[in-house]
Write a protein that binds this ligand. Structure first.
Ligand code: NDP
Length: 333
């Protein structure tokens, strides 16, 4: 069985050499354990932060130990009363083809409710991030302008759609014409802006004639520098992520300071992690599933096939190849 370990702590953008792919054997099962075959693995930008040996809201990965992320498995054998062979389960899993895990760390999921990859996206961690960050911190009102960066990605595509459900006008920012097309023509955003064009700042200002009431921050850096001058009085800024800085090695990414813009607009900027809302996950998931069933939310996954594609899938997050949630189909085609 193959396992992917962290071999070295990356400086800047990780590469294939950051990781080591090893052949390992499974340990024996204890009472309460569940043996799963990995079916889908989530690769996420926050995993980059866990590769650094720095203090954060979640401990760093250890060298020569497997990377861990959320995954979906099929039960091969169970010594837990809660799971039967053939059940699909979700939990925090090591990057390996099979795993033996304590049953209490897994939750059963129902493929009849939604397609399995959706449990890693729209009704999983990224959907909940969008839901709580936007509604609790962003608090969009009807006809307000909500701007979301990485708007065609997993979190961003959910943010824009939830903002529309709340009656807001939505402007999505993304890095390719294909993504602009996706945001406007498939997700129904009012405007999509490509931040990789020379006219980006001008186009953003034109797309927000009434200013910006909510900016859902996913990327930071130059993209967000274009947002600050457009903030309206009492704007709200849920700070979800700053992916443009995750591979920076030094203070090379300062941009205009945000403080003066916050003062001028009396805006409120608040960082959060989805884990802050853990005690409300059930309520959030129920609402997301309901919107999905009502056809108010759509979702797209970029599936990559094969366990050996896990590292390229993770690295592709930093060059923006994915539309919607990127998920590894571990078993291949
Ligand atoms: P996405 O599906 O949005 O994928 C990442 C996207 O980021 C890429 O597709 C790319 O899109 C964009 N991107 C990459 N590098 C840059 C750059 N230098 N400048 C601008 N855009 C860039 O990932 P997620 O939806 O999983 O995550 C989105 C953000 O939310 C991340 O910052 C992540 O860390 C954060 N997050 C935070 C959570 C929390 O609890 N606070 C939970 C989950 C995610 P493009 O082609 O448009 O450049």
């Amino acid at each position: 069985m193959k396992q992917i370990n962290l071999k070295t702590r990356p400086v800047g953008l990780p590469s294939k050499d950051t990781f080591e792919i090893k052949d390992v054997k499974l340990k024996g099962m204890q009472s309460g354990d569940v043996h799963i075959q990995l079916v889908y693995l989530s690769v996420d930008p926050y995993l980059r932060g866990r590769m650094n040996d720095t203090k954060s809201y979640i401990p760093p990965f250890k060298l020569n130990e497997p990377i861990v992320s959320t995954g979906i498995g099929k039960v091969v054998k169970s010594k837990s009363d809660d799971f039967l062979e053939g059940d699909f389960v979700i939990g925090s899993v090591p990057w390996q083809e099979e795993a033996i895990l304590p049953g209490e760390t897994l939750q059963k999921i129902d493929p009849a409710v939604a397609k399995l990859p959706a449990y890693l996206g729209i009704i999983g961690m990224t959907g909940l991030t969008a839901y709580f960050g936007l509604l609790d911190i962003g608090q969009p009102e009807p006809d307000e302008t909500v701007v979301v960066s990485a708007g065609a990605g997993a979190v961003g595509s959910a943010v824009g759609q939830i903002a529309q459900i709340k009656g807001a006008r939505v402007v999505g920012i993304a890095g390719s014409e294909e993504k602009i097309h996706y945001m406007v023509n498939e997700l129904g955003f009012d405007v999509g802006i490509n931040y990789k064009t020379k006219e980006f700042s001008h186009n953003l200002a034109k797309a927000c004639p009434n200013g910006i009431d909510v900016y859902f921050e996913n990327v930071g850096g130059k993209v967000s520098d274009a947002v600050w001058p457009l903030l309206n009085k009492f704007a709200r800024i849920p700070v979800c992520g700053t992916i443009s800085s995750y591979n920076k090695t030094a203070e090379e990414d300062m941009g205009p300071r945000v403080q003066s813009y916050l003062i001028k607009s009396s805006a409120k900027m608040q960082g959060f992690t989805v884990g802050d809302y853990a005690d409300q996950f059930a309520e959030g998931k129920k609402q997301l599933v309901q919107w999905l069933e009502e056809g108010k939310l759509i979702h797209k996954e970029t599936l990559v096939h094969g366990f050996d594609q896990t590292i390229p899938a993770f690295l592709s997050l930093f060059d923006g190849k994915n539309i919607g949630k990127i998920v590894v189909d571990v078993r291949g085609k």
